[in-house]
Design a binder for this molecule. Structure first.
Ligand code: 2AM
Length: 178
């Protein structure tokens, strides 16, 4: 019999708490008030991507690799500004060496276990909207520098629904192991 595999679009991310989400929603509302048009990220979909895996059919293997990471909790603080990659607008993160070290460790294990991932250098950001048009003035928008404690990171799947992508957590790993 020929088996068939179900490929899922996977990525590893930090999920955000309500305090951070509130600050990001305020920033989105400010963009709306300035007549920015485009696809705003749904509040439930807000996250910080650590590694994008893409189409892959062994989520259990990814969770096993995530479980190899030995790392403690740290705090994540919004940078207070909006940046862009072309017409994608994002909220910046305050520079945090512990975030960068976590991503380095995670990507090291993904590599050694031969799990494919996007190797573009890590550029921490939280997407606020895509296909932005109608205005270009966002540089002076101040985003509340909200903070949260990062206590875990998650394996997420992305599915395309009627109203755009829907992200669902498959599993998570605690950051309490040094
Ligand atoms: P983002 O982090 O810039 O918002 C699921 O597609 C998530 O993985 C999105 O949040 C997306 O962008 C992020 N991502 C990172 N690299 C990606 C890539 N090469 N292709 C698609 N999505 C990517």
């Amino acid at each position: 019999m020929v088996g068939f595999f179900v490929f899922m679009r996977l990525f590893i991310a930090i999920r955000l708490d309500d305090n951070i989400k509130r600050a990001l929603t305020d920033a989105q509302n400010e963009l709306r008030q300035r007549s920015f048009k485009g696809r705003f990220t749904d509040i439930n979909n807000m996250h910080l991507t650590l590694a994008f895996i893409g189409e892959y059919n062994e989520p259990e293997k990814v969770l096993e690799v995530m479980d190899k990471v030995r790392y403690g909790q740290f705090s994540l603080t919004l940078g207070g500004y909006i940046g862009n990659f072309g017409n994608l607008l994002w909220a910046g993160i305050e520079k945090e060496p512990r975030l960068e070290a976590l991503v380095k460790q995670l990507r090291h294990y993904l590599s050694t276990e031969q799990i494919p991932f996007d190797r573009k250098s890590f550029n921490p950001h939280i997407t606020l909207m895509r296909n932005a048009s109608g205005n270009t003035g966002f540089a002076d928008i101040e985003v509340d520098k909200a903070s949260m404690t990062v206590g875990s990171f998650s394996l997420m799947r992305s599915d395309f629904g009627k109203h755009g992508a829907v992200y669902t957590e498959i599993g998570s790993v605690e950051l309490n192991r040094l």
